[in-house]
Design a protein around this ligand. Sequence first.
Ligand SMILES: Cc1cc2nc3c(=O)[nH]c(=O)nc-3n(C[C@H](O)[C@H](O)[C@H](O)COP(=O)(O)O)c2cc1C
Length: 189
Amino acid sequence: MPFLEGKKIALGVTGSIAAYKAAEIVSLLVKEGAEVQVLMTEEAEKFITPLTLKTLSRRPVLCGLWNDDAASWKPGHIDVASWADLFLVAPATAHIIGCFAHGLAPEALSCVYLATRAPVVIAPAMNVNMLTHPATQANLATLQERGNIIIEPDEGMLACGDSGKGKLAAPAKIVETLSQILRAKDGNV
Ligand SMILES: Cc1cc2nc3c(=O)[nH]c(=O)nc-3n(C[C@H](O)[C@H](O)[C@H](O)COP(=O)(O)O)c2cc1C
């Protein structure tokens, strides 16, 4: 996938049971030659460690807003927002989708969402009833109307034991989608 080579991808990881799949997404992107800056919500850290994602991405992970370790004088979320060629959130919880839709910025990911002018790609993962709830559907519709790209979750047996739509799309499909978006952005349609 030549369109990922040298591209700067900000990857937001949120507190979904599918957060472990972010490791494969990072690994695939790095193999394709992309630079990956991972950001995690506090809840994401309950599902996968920053150390795992730091090692796979070969960069320190941005955890929270109040991280004073970065080399740059700029706040980390503003730095990432202007650095990124594309902002991917995978997996995206109902909560972060709601924050994005309503312009709320209580943590680093939603600050990046508001501050970046890069294309935004959101891969939701959640229980089928959470996904099909009118509130979540309205929030997703708002994001789509704004031009954000939603990678539809897959159907199947969900981690909670229910069956239906809500599984995070396959990491390979997510990476392929990013490649297509960046190809179009570069004018290679
Ligand atoms: C075991 C477990 C699994 C969860 N999985 C999901 C999920 O897949 N999708 C989702 O939207 N919320 C899920 N949640 C709820 C979120 O973790 C919760 O809404 C949290 O506040 C999200 O925070 P964040 O969006 O800032 O990461 C789960 C909670 C638990 C305890």
